[in-house]
Every structure is written in structure tokens, then in C-alpha cells.
Design a protein around this ligand. Structure first.
Ligand code: FE2
Length: 386
């Protein structure tokens, strides 16, 4: 597995050279969840993840069909949206999928151009460009469908100075738990159906101008029981990274298949958020009640020093601290990374979060996949879905 990664050329010049520039992306703008009860979900993400109250839209601001809470932490913006009556199409999404990610919004210079360039290359439109205005200026947004019912929204906000978007008010709250040190979205992973990974890889190449810069097959990502395949897509400047997973045949049910069964289709599997100090972030999140996948066995931690030495890196953190918190370590030529995964945050075993601290490495923790999947399989066995 490590060998495969070593062979990869991570050079950004290469990514730049190969990727198309018809869709320049400045970064992730926001991630919108459709949930059954946004008020309670907002409280959960504030309390446990340390998100800050940012903006609000609801009955009090003149929105009669849905309510949205916007939460921020450093560069991360989450929106939690709930319908206010049975006729809203948001209900259909929740009935089918449960709580989950509807919109992965991308920050662009020109939303009209982004919509035109992607739809003419085959994207299915979700929303033609609209201009929303208030006293702080205007925002242009347009959207396209990606896998399943998930949407990429293009957001052009260069002529806007308001809190979030027109229609939203600043959200002042008396309840403001401290941030836990989450900085930005590192990558977001999609699960697609059997034999659909390459279809979506080609879609991101053709429609979005992305490049496939890392691949893992089922010979690499497997345990004794189950397997998956994964390809990582990146945009030209490397700011947006979307790994795409599909299930693979094993003796028992792949975790991707479990997700597809419970989400009832393709969707966002996990959101990886970066921190500069994973030990303090995870200490804080654990004390606030977040449950993480079980800590790998001693044998895993015993092998870490050698894995780092193989790549000439020295661990700056105390390995006992990492072990006590269940944080995993992976290394490649350029450095190492520290990562940990929450259990699913919904009752359906679907979306979860990853917390990641990069110490030079640009991979995704492939060296941890086996330990990680064994931990997931223990959870699947408890759920009776392995
Ligand atoms: Fe990840």
C-alpha cells in the first residue's frame, strides 16, 4: 500500500498542468445539511464541535417554508436546514436519506460561467443562476447535481459584504461554547454505487476539470471480510479534494454498501476537517461527548515508530497521548499525518466526520485503512450489518 503512494507524483505543478482552468475554484464555500430538526442539530454542532453561531433565516426573517442555521469555525461554514411544512421538497430528501449533506457549495469568481461551463459539459442543472440582493450587495448562485441527489452550488460573493447570504440575518446567541480548533475542510468523500466509481471519476474530469491524483483498489483497501475502492479527485489548485468510494466484493458486507443501503443511494460519506493541534481538539471533543471509532490495538501503535522511520520522519507528538485518544498516524515521503474518525452522527449509519492534522503528508491515511476498517467492522457487527 505504501509503495503505491510513494509512486504518486504529488507535485502541484503537475496537477496545474493537467487540470483544466474552465472552472477556477477559490475554495469550499459552505456545506448544507438537510435535517429533521435544525434547531437541535445546531445545538449539537455548537456544543460538541465548537461551531459558532453565525447567521439565521426562518419565520422571524420572513422565510415561511424552511429554517436555516449557519455555523462557522475558522474557514468552515455549515448550514443546517429544516422544512417548516409537509409540502416542502426538503421533506422528500429527509424521508429518503435521513439527515445528510445536500449541498457542497464551491466559492467561485463567476457563478454564471461556472454553471454554463459545467452544464455544457454534461452536468445536470439543479438551479439556473439567480441573483440575491439586500442592502449589503448581491450574491450570484447556481447549482448542478453530482452523485445521487447531492448538489454542487457555485457561489459568487465578490459584490457582497453581508454576514452570509441575502435573506439571512446575523445570529446572536447567548450560548457560545468555545471552538475546538477546527480550521478548514481538508476533503469531502462521496460514496457511489457498485461499479460507478469510474463513471464519477470521468464526470469530475470532464464536467469539473478535476484530475485523479491518487487511487486505491480493493487489493489495498480490504480486511479479511470486506473491501472498497477509492479514487481521489482534485481541482487545479489542489484546494478541493473529493475522494470517491465504491463498494467491492468481500466475504461480508462492505461499509460502503451499508452506507448505500441506509442512505438509500449515493451521498457524502465523510467530511474531513483540519486542526493544527489534534491532541487538544480531540481531548475537547471527547469531553463534549463525541464518540470516535475504537482505538486500534497495541500492535498498531508499536509499529508506528518504524513506519515513520521508514520515511525518515520523527513524530513530534507523544505517542502515548495519541494512543490514549485513539488518534492514528500515517506517513509518506513528504511527512506524516494524524487522523481520527467519529462514529456516524445520525441514527442511520451514514455521515461521519474525520479530524486530520497534516504534518507534511498529502495522502489520506491509506496506511491506516486496514486498522480503520477493522474498527468499522466491529461497529457493523454490533449493528448486524456486516
Ligand atoms: Fe478522509
Amino acid at each position: 500500500m505504501a509503495k503505491e503512494i510513494e509512486n504518486v507524483d504529488y507535485g502541484l505543478e503537475k496537477i496545474f498542468a493537467g487540470a483544466q482552468d474552465f472552472l477556477p475554484l477559490l475554495g469550499t464555500d459552505y456545506v448544507e445539511f438537510y435535517v429533521g430538526n435544525a434547531k437541535q442539530a445546531a445545538h449539537f454542532y455548537k456544543t460538541t464541535f465548537g461551531f459558532q453561531s453565525h447567521a439565521y433565516r426562518g419565520l422571524e426573517t420572513g422565510s415561511t417554508d424552511s429554517v436555516s442555521y449557519v455555523l462557522t469555525q475558522d474557514k468552515i461554514k455549515l448550514i443546517l436546514t429544516t422544512p417548516l411544512n409537509s409540502k416542502s421538497p426538503i421533506n422528500d430528501h429527509i424521508v429518503k436519506h435521513g439527515d445528510g449533506v445536500k449541498v457542497v457549495a464551491l466559492w467561485v469568481e463567476d457563478a454564471r460561467s461556472a454553471h454554463e461551463e459545467t452544464t455544457k459539459r454534461g452536468a445536470k442543472s439543479y438551479m439556473d443562476p439567480i441573483v440575491e440582493k439586500d442592502e449589503f450587495g448581491e450574491v450570484v448562485r447556481a447549482g448542478i447535481y453530482t452523485y445521487g441527489e447531492t448538489v454542487h452550488m457555485f457561489v459568487e460573493r465578490k459584490n457582497y459584504k453581508g454576514t452570509f447570504l441575502p435573506g439571512f440575518e446575523k445570529w446572536e446567541s447567548d450560548y457560545n461554547p468555545e471552538p475546538v480548533g477546527l480550521k478548514y475542510i481538508d476533503h469531502m468523500v462521496g460514496n457511489v454505487g457498485w461499479n460507478e466509481m469510474d463513471i464519477w471519476v470521468k464526470w469530475y474530469e470532464d464536467v469539473m476539470g478535476f484530475e485523479n491524483f491518487l487511487s486505491f483498489d480493493d487489493k489495498e483497501i480490504h480486511t479479511d471480510y470486506s473491501a472498497l475502492m477509492s479514487k481521489v479527485m482534485s481541482n487545479g489548485n489542489g484546494r478541493i479534494k473529493f475522494p470517491i468510494n465504491e463498494p467491492a466484493e468481500g466475504k461480508k458486507k462492505s461499509q460502503i454498501e451499508e452506507y448505500l443501503d441506509f442512505y438509500e443511494g449515493p451521498g457524502v460519506q465523510h467530511i474531513a476537517v483540519a486542526t493544527n493541534d489534534i491532541i487538544s481538539t480531540i481531548t475537547e471533543m471527547r469531553s463534549r461527548g463525541i464518540e470516535f471509532l475504537s482505538t486500534p490495538p497495541d500492535a498498531y501503535y508499536n509499529a508506528v515508530p518504524q513506519r515513520l522511520m521508514d520515511h525518515n520522519h520523527e513524530l513530534k507528538e507523544d505517542i502515548e497521548n495519541l494512543k490514549a485518544l485513539g488518534i492514528m498516524i500515517d506517513a509518506d515521503e513528504e511527512g506524516y499525518l494524524l487522523q481520527i474518525f467519529t462514529k456516524p452522527l445520525e441514527d442511520r449509519p451514514t455521515l461521519f466526520f474525520e479530524i486530520i492534522q497534516r504534518m507534511g503528508a498529502r495522502g489520506f491515511g491509506a496506511g491506516n485503512f486496514k486498522a480503520l476498517f477493522e474498527s468499522i467492522e466491529r461497529e457493523q457487527a454490533k449493528r448486524g450489518t456486516l
